[in-house]
Design a protein around this ligand. Structure first.
Ligand SMILES: [Zn+2]
Length: 415
C-alpha cells in the first residue's frame, strides 16, 4: 500500500468518525394507563433472569408467568418483524416489574421506578454512522395491562430501524402489540377503551395524527391512535399501503395519511367512522370493508345480479334508485348464521330473526336506516341512492357465517 493510499484510508476513517453521533431516545408511556386497579398484594419474590431467542428479561414474576410472557413476546416479535419485513437485530433487554418492593435498592433508576408501577418506558441509545443507526433499547415495564408487549414493540422498532416513527404511529402500533392475540384479528382491546371510543366526541384524522403530539400524553390519545392503526392495518382496502407508509415512517422517509391516499380520503374517512360506529369487542374491520369499485345502475325491469356473502357487512346490489321506488328481489343459494340453525335458502323468511336479507341506501348524505327485504315480494327504497345488502346478524359475529346468495334485483313493473 502506498503512502498516499494509507493517508486516504486514514482520512476516510476520520471522515466516518465525524459522522458518529450519540443518539438518545426515550419513550415514556407513564401516563397512558387509566389507573392501577390491582386489589391483590403481589407476592414477595426475588428478581430472576430468564431468556429466549430474542429477549432477556429481569423480573420478579413467578417462573411460570415469566416463561409465559417470554413465549408471548416471542410470538409477537415473529408477527411484527414479518409485518415490517425486518428481523430483530439483537436481544431485547427488559426489566418487567410486578412489585417494586421486590427490587433491591438502586436496581432500577429513579426514572424507571417512576413509570413501572403504572406503565412503562423504553430507553434507546446508540450511534449513528451516516444513514445507519445502531441502537440498543432497554425496556422497563409494569406487568400490567400488556405493557411489556407495548414497550417491546418500541424496543424492536428502535433496534431494527433506529426510530419508532411519529407519535401517532409509534403508540398506535405499540398498543396493537399490547392487545394482539394470536390468530385473532378482531377488536380485543379492554372494555374501558371501547367504551371511551364509543362515547367520546371524535377527533379528526388530523387531530389523531398531529405531528406535535408527544408520547406519554394519556391513555385517551393512545386509544384513538390504536383505533386508527387497527382500522388501517385490518381493512383490506388500506392494509397494504398502510404497511408501506409505516416502513417509510420508520425509515425516516416521511409520509402522512393524506399523502398515502390522496384520492381516497373521503372513502377512508367514511370507513373509519363506520368502524367506530360499530366498534365492539369481536368486530372485524376486514368484514366491514366497503367495495368502492362497484358501479351501480338505475333500476329497471331488467334484473341485475350480485352475490352477497353472509360473512361480510354491506355489499353492493349494483342497483340504484329513487326514494319510494318499488323494487323486487329474488335469491338463490343458501347461507347460515349459526351452525345449529337450518340454513336460509333465499325463499320466504328464515326461521329465526337472523339470516334475513337486510338493505340500506347510501347517498352523499350517508346511510339510510336498514330494512328487511323478503325475497319475491316488492319493497320500496327509503331514500334515493345506491342499494346495499347484507345478511342480518350481529356485526361482532359475522365470522361464523357461511354461504352466499346470488341475488337479482329489478324495478317492479306496475300491472
Ligand atoms: Zn409507548
Amino acid at each position: 500500500m502506498s503512502l498516499l493510499q494509507t493517508i486516504r484510508q486514514v482520512r476516510g476513517a476520520w471522515h466516518t468518525i465525524l459522522f458518529v453521533a450519540m443518539v438518545k431516545l426515550l419513550c415514556c408511556a407513564g401516563c397512558r394507563l387509566p389507573e392501577v386497579r390491582g386489589d391483590e398484594t403481589p407476592a414477595a419474590r426475588k428478581v430472576q433472569q430468564y431468556q429466549s431467542a430474542n429477549f432477556l428479561i429481569h423480573t420478579d414474576l413467578a417462573e411460570e408467568d415469566a416463561q409465559e410472557l417470554l413465549e408471548r413476546l416471542e410470538n409477537m416479535l415473529t408477527l411484527i418483524s414479518r409485518y415490517w419485513g425486518a428481523p430483530s437485530r439483537k436481544k431485547i433487554v427488559c426489566y418487567i416489574v410486578d412489585d417494586t418492593s421486590n427490587w433491591p435498592a438502586g436496581s432500577l433508576s429513579p426514572e424507571a421506578l417512576a413509570t413501572v408501577s403504572n406503565g412503562g418506558i423504553t430507553n434507546a441509545a446508540g450511534v449513528k454512522r451516516g444513514r445507519v443507526t445502531d441502537m440498543t433499547a432497554v425496556v422497563y415495564a409494569s406487568t400490567k395491562f400488556g405493557t411489556p408487549q407495548h414497550e417491546a414493540v418500541h424496543a424492536y422498532c428502535y433496534q431494527a430501524f433506529g426510530t419508532t416513527g411519529p407519535t401517532w404511529y409509534a403508540e398506535g402500533m405499540a398498543e396493537m402489540g399490547n392487545y394482539w392475540v394470536e390468530g385473532d384479528e378482531s377488536v380485543n382491546c379492554p372494555d374501558y377503551v371501547v367504551e371511551f371510543l364509543k362515547s367520546s366526541p371524535r377527533p379528526t384524522l388530523q387531530q389523531i395524527t398531529d405531528p406535535d403530539h408527544r408520547t406519554g400524553d394519556g391513555w385517551k390519545n393512545y386509544a384513538w391512535r390504536w383505533a386508527l392503526c387497527h382500522f388501517l392495518s385490518h381493512n383490506p382496502n388500506y392494509a397494504e399501503r398502510f404497511r408501506v407508509l409505516g416502513v417509510s415512517l420508520l425509515s425516516n422517509r416521511g409520509g402522512t395519511i393524506e399523502r398515502a391516499w390522496p384520492s381516497q380520503m373521503d372513502e377512508l374517512e367514511f370507513e373509519f367512522q363506520f368502524f367506530l360506529d360499530h366498534l365492539e369487542t369481536g368486530l372485524e374491520a376486514k368484514r366491514c370493508r366497503w367495495d368502492w369499485k362497484a358501479r351501480f345502475r338505475e333500476a329497471s325491469s331488467k334484473a341485475v345480479r350480485c352475490k352477497v356473502d353472509a360473512a361480510r357487512g354491506w355489499q353492493p346490489s349494483l342497483i340504484k334508485g329513487t326514494e319510494g321506488q318499488k323494487l323486487r328481489l329474488t335469491a338463490e343459494g343458501q347461507w347460515t348464521t349459526d351452525v345449529n340453525e337450518p340454513p336460509f335458502s333465499g325463499r320466504g323468511s328464515p326461521v329465526t330473526g337472523k339470516g334475513r336479507i337486510l338493505g340500506c341506501v347510501k347517498n352523499e348524505k350517508g346511510l339510510s336506516d336498514e330494512f328487511v327485504i323478503i325475497p319475491d315480494r316488492s319493497f320500496s327504497l327509503p331514500a334515493e341512492g345506491d342499494l346495499y345488502l347484507r345478511c342480518e346478524d350481529e356485526w361482532t359475529s359475522l365470522n361464523d357465517n357461511d354461504g352466499e346468495l346470488a341475488i337479482s334485483v329489478s324495478a317492479e313493473i306496475a300491472e
